[in-house]
Design a protein around this ligand. Structure first.
Ligand code: 16G
Ligand code: ZN
Length: 551
C-alpha cells in the first residue's frame, strides 16, 4: 500500500512531457529542462535493480557528456561499475514513457512480479548518484532522488559533482567491499602512477620525454578534478586550459575531446605559442581522451592521436611486459598464460588494425557504444578496447591478476626483485590499479599514457609514428526515418534496405584502400557515413557519393 502510494505520488509530481525517451547507446538524453520525468523514472529503475540484485550498489550519473551545455542525460551503472545490463533497457524505455501515474504503477508492479523483485522490505536497495557541472544538474539530481525514494527500503547516496568514470569506479569498489570515496579514487590513481614511474628503467624517462603537458578540460568536471590532484603528480608539469573556471568558456563549446577529434583543430584557449607541446583533451564528463599537438604555428590544424593510437600504445606496452615475463628465461620458469584481446569498432582507422595485427594480436570488432566493447573485452585475460573517439580502457581478469600476484610473491621470496621479470610483473600490477577497470576514464587513461611514454622514453613524435592514419571522413545525413537502415557485422555492412550495400560496394571499389560504411546514429536523428581511402580528397569524395545514396 505504502509502495503504491509513493509511486503514484512521485509520478504525479513529474508528469511526462511530449516526446518519447529511448535509453539509447548511453542512457536518456535531451534538453536538460525537459529531463526531470525521465530522470525520476531512472531513479525508480535504479532502485528496483538494486533490490533485484540483493541490495548491491547501483549507480546513476547525470550528464550529457560532450553534448551542449543545455542538454542533460541520465545513465545507470550496474554493480560491476559497467553499463546497465542490456536486457533491462526495454523496461527502462517503457517506464520512461509510461503516460500517467496509473500506467507507471501497473508497469512497476508487473515488472517486479515478472522479475521476482520483492517490494516493500527495509534497506533493500542502495543507489550512488553523481552529476557533472551542468546548470540543470542539481535539479535533475533531486528528481532522481525522488524516484529512488519512491521505492520502499531504498537508500540514495549523493556522491557529489564527479566525472562519469569516478562514479562508475565508486560503484564497483563499493560492491567489492573496498574503499569507495573520492579520496580513495585519487589515492589509487596517484599511488599507482607513482609506482609506474618508479619502474621506469634508469636509462629512459630523462630528458627525452618533456614533462610539460597541456590539458584541455572542455570546461567540464575533468579539468576541475585534474587541477585538484596535479601537484601530487610528480614527474609531470600539467597546465589545465578550459578548466571550467568562471570566464574560461562554455562547457564543450569549441573545446573538448569530441571537438578536437572531429574538427582536427586546436580547442579554444590554445595559441601558436603551444606549438610542439604535448596536449591532451578530455570531454565534458571526462570519459573520453585524445592527444594532439599543434601542427605548425601558422594555422590551427593539429596532429591527432586518437583512441586507436592510445589503444596501440597500451597494447604495445602490455605485450612487451608479457614478453619480458615469459621469455626472460629468468629466475622462475613459471610462465603466464594470458589471452590478450583487442576490441575496436568500425570507426577504428584501418591503419591501426593493420598495426595491431602486425604485432600478432587478436583484434575483434563490435558495434559502436561502450556497452558492447566493454562486454567483449571481458572475455579475455587482458582486454583492451577503445573507440576512435577516445572512449576506452583495459580490463584484467581476476584469474590473471592472481597469477601476477603469485608470480610477484614467488620472485620476491627468491630475492629476485631486481630482475627484469619482477619489474614487468610489477608494471602490469601497477597498470591494473591505474587504469579504471569499470569504464573508460580520461584521467586514469591520461596517467597511463604518460607513464608509458616515460617508460619507453618516447616523445609525442615517436608515438605518432607508430603508424600513419589513413585519411578518413565522416558525414551526417538527415533522413526521415533512420531506423530503415539496419546493419550487421559490427555495423560494417548494411542488411536493409535491400540494394544499399551493393551501391556502397560499387562506390568503394573505385578507390585504393577504400573502405566505407553507414549506420544509424544511436544518439541523434541522423545516419552517419564514414569512409577511408589513400588520400583525403578520395576519402571525402567516397563519403559524399555514398551519402548521396543514403539521402
Ligand atoms: C555514445 C557512446 C559512445 C559512442 C557514441 C556514438 C557511451 C558511454 N557513449 O556517446 O561510446 O561512440 O554514442 O554516437 O557508450 P552515435 O551513435 O551518435 O554515432
Ligand atoms: Zn563523455
Amino acid at each position: 500500500q505504502e509502495q503504491r502510494r509513493r509511486l503514484l505520488a512521485v509520478a504525479t509530481r513529474f508528469p511526462l512531457p511530449s516526446g518519447t525517451f529511448s535509453y539509447g547507446t548511453a542512457g536518456f538524453r535531451a534538453d536538460g529542462a525537459t529531463m526531470a520525468p525521465a530522470v525520476c523514472r531512472a531513479g525508480i529503475l535504479a532502485a528496483l535493480r538494486s533490490v533485484k540484485l540483493a541490495g548491491a550498489a547501483i549507480g546513476i550519473v547525470i550528464t550529457a557528456s560532450h553534448n551542449p551545455v543545455g542538454d542533460n542525460g541520465v545513465k545507470i551503472a550496474d554493480p560491476d561499475g559497467g553499463m546497465m545490463a542490456q536486457h533491462w533497457e526495454p523496461f527502462a524505455d517503457a517506464l520512461a514513457n509510461a503516460p500517467d501515474p496509473d500506467a507507471l504503477l501497473q508497469l512497476v508492479l508487473q515488472f517486479a512480479k515478472d522479475e521476482g523483485i520483492p517490494l516493500g522490505g527495509q534497506d533493500t536497495a542502495q543507489v550512488l548518484l553523481g552529476r557533472d557541472t551542468r546548470p540543470t544538474g542539481a535539479y535533475l539530481l533531486d528528481a532522481a532522488l525522488q524516484g529512488i525514494n519512491a521505492i520502499v527500503g531504498a537508500n540514495a547516496i549523493d556522491m557529489g559533482i564527479l566525472t562519469t568514470p569516478q562514479l562508475h569506479w565508486m560503484v564497483r569498489s563499493k560492491n567489492k567491499g573496498a574503499k569507495a570515496s573520492e579520496s580513495d579514487y585519487f589515492t589509487q590513481l596517484i599511488g599507482s602512477f607513482r609506482r609506474m614511474l618508479e619502474l621506469v628503467p634508469k636509462d629512459k624517462g630523462g630528458d627525452e620525454v618533456a614533462k610539460k603537458l597541456i590539458v584541455d578540460g572542455a570546461n567540464g568536471i575533468g579539468g576541475v578534478k585534474l587541477e585538484q590532484i596535479k601537484v601530487e603528480l610528480s614527474g609531470l608539469d600539467i597546465i589545465v586550459r578550459n578548466s571550467g573556471k568562471e570566464g574560461e568558456g562554455i562547457l564543450n563549446h569549441m573545446c573538448g575531446a569530441d571537438f578536437v577529434q572531429k574538427e582536427r583543430v586546436t580547442p579554444h584557449g590554445f595559441s601558436p605559442d603551444d606549438v610542439s607541446v604535448r596536449c591532451a583533451s578530455l570531454d565534458g564528463d571526462a570519459d573520453r581522451l585524445v592527444y594532439f599537438r599543434l601542427s605548425s604555428a601558422s594555422d590551427s590544424r593539429v596532429d591527432l592521436v586518437d583512441g586507436d593510437k592510445i589503444l596501440s600504445l597500451f597494447a604495445l606496452f602490455i605485450r612487451e611486459q608479457l614478453d619480458i615475463i615469459n621469455n626472460s628465461g629468468g629466475q622462475t620458469n613459471k610462465s603466464l598464460s594470458a589471452r590478450l584481446g583487442i576490441v575496436q569498432t568500425a570507426y577504428a582507422n584501418g591503419a591501426s588494425m593493420q598495426f595491431l595485427k602486425s604485432l600478432g594480436l587478436e583484434v575483434v570488432f563490435t558495434p559502436t557504444g561502450v556497452k558492447y566493447l566493454h562486454k567483449r573485452a571481458l572475455e579475455y585475460d587482458i582486454g583492451i578496447y577503445f573507440e576512435a573517439n577516445g572512449h576506452g580502457t583495459v580490463v584484467f581478469s581476476e584469474d590473471f591478476i592472481s597469477q601476477l600476484e603469485s608470480l610477484s610473491n614467488g620472485l620476491s621470496s627468491q630475492a629476485a626483485t631486481g630482475s627484469a621479470q619482477y619489474h614487468a610483473v610489477m608494471r602490469l600490477l601497477a597498470a591494473s590499479q591505474l587504469i579504471n577497470q569499470a569504464v573508460g576514464d580520461a584521467l586514469s587513461g591520461l596517467l597511463l599514457v604518460e607513464a608509458i611514454l616515460q617508460y619507453k622514453g618516447w616523445s609525442f613524435q615517436n608515438w605518432c609514428e607508430l603508424y600513419s592514419d589513413l585519411p578518413s571522413k565522416q558525414m551526417k545525413v538527415k533522413v526521415k526515418d533512420r531506423s530503415v537502415i539496419v546493419t550487421t557485422n559490427a555495423e560494417t555492412k548494411v542488411s536493409q534496405p535491400c540494394g544499399l550495400q551493393e551501391l556502397i560496394d560499387k562506390e568503394t571499389a573505385n578507390y585504393t584502400h577504400g573502405r566505407c560504411f553507414v549506420r544509424p546514429s544511436g544518439t541523434e536523428d541522423v545516419v552517419r557515413v564514414y569512409a577511408e581511402a589513400s588520400t583525403q580528397v578520395e576519402a571525402d569524395s567516397l563519403t559524399k557519393s555514398v551519402a548521396h545514396h543514403v539521402e
